[in-house]
Design a protein around this ligand. Structure first.
Ligand SMILES: Nc1nc2c(ncn2[C@@H]2O[C@H](COP(=O)(O)OP(=O)(O)OP(=O)(O)O)[C@@H](O)[C@H]2O)c(=O)[nH]1
Ligand SMILES: [Mg+2]
Length: 284
């Protein structure tokens, strides 16, 4: 979990660093959390990467709703953007990235071949907001005994590259973007998925938001997990969970704080199933 506190100075610096590195790459691999593809996106990214081809990797596929993820893939794909979903902790990262990046860059590679230029390996940069899996992706690649790490001068400093194979090289430092907090929902989504520290928003608000959504969209999961009869009021649902779990304070009063903590932990642990908190065709 990230401890970075973003201030305007950090944002300017992060943006400048990314723009510098952008000059050395052919394309960008933008990571987003598949459960919150909008909330885990930084709107500045379009401006930063300009017209470079982009691969969006929806990470944590194992934690999201497969039907919704498929809709997101369709929704986000366009002429310059290819979208894949991955469990970065288990899926074959190198093979998936290589084939996706090659497909994206094929027109450029073909043009080079036609002009008699021998194509070199594709160079890509990974980027994303905190917690989307940048380090996990880079570590998965680094662990696989990369043939060599090329040291090549970048624009202003030497950049380190990880050579995945003869077709693809990744910049070894990811571009770090900051989350946007333009509406409260975004904050809740980031908090539920662990992208921001718990102290940033009041736990009651996060839990109430999550419960309201679950009551509407996945009532059975709630009633089955906690063996409770459901109602529309999240506070009453919490009291019923407390009673069902026997979470009591001295004097047999319901221990709501403990109930909220347990609920949030179980939710993050996928005990209530795989959930996408944002839907692809939802009006925003
Ligand atoms: N289940 C699952 N967990 C993942 C996946 N990708 C990353 N994680 C976990 O998510 C957490 C955050 O991943 P990181 O790789 O540290 O994310 P990051 O983008 O480097 O985050 P910062 O360094 O804070 O910017 C870690 O606990 C990872 O193990 C995935 O595809 N599936
Ligand atoms: Mg990291």
């Amino acid at each position: 979990m990230s401890n970075i506190q973003w201030f305007p100075g950090h944002m300017t610096r992060a943006k400048r660093d990314m723009q510098e590195n952008m000059k050395a790459v052919d394309m960008v691999i933008e990571l987003r959390d598949c459960r919150i593809p909008e909330s885990s996106r930084n709107p500045m990214i379009d401006q930063i990467i300009q017209n470079k081809p982009r691969l969006i990797v929806l990470s944590k596929k194992d934690k999201g709703d497969p039907v919704e993820i498929e809709k997101w893939i369709q929704h986000l794909s366009n002429e310059t953007t290819t979208v894949i979903a991955m469990d970065l902790t288990k899926d074959p990262v190198i093979a998936s990235l290589t084939s996706a990046c090659q497909k994206i860059m094929q027109p450029k590679i073909d043009r080079m071949i036609r002009r008699g230029i021998r194509p070199r390996a594709i160079r890509a940069m990974v980027c994303g907001i905190p917690n989307v899996g940048k380090s996990t992706l880079i570590n998965a690649v680094a662990k696989k005994k990369i043939a060599e790490t090329a040291d090549r001068p970048g624009v202003t400093r030497s950049l380190k590259w990880m050579k995945l194979n003869k077709n693809l090289e990744l910049l070894d430092t990811p571009g770090i973007l900051w989350p946007k907090f333009e509406d409260q929902k975004v904050g809740y989504h980031l908090a539920i998925t662990g992208a921001i520290r718990d102290q940033i928003l009041p736990m009651e608000d996060i839990v109430r938001y999550a419960l309201e959504r679950l009551i509407k969209e996945y009532p059975d999961r709630l009633s089955e997990r906690y063996k409770i009869e459901l109602c529309d009021d999240p506070d009453e649902v919490l009291r019923r969970i407390a009673a069902a779990r026997n979470f009591l304070k001295a004097g047999s009063e319901a221990d709501i704080k403990r109930t909220m903590e347990v609920f949030l932990n179980e939710l993050r642990d996928d005990r209530l199933g795989c959930i996408c908190w944002e839907k692809a065709n939802e009006e925003k």
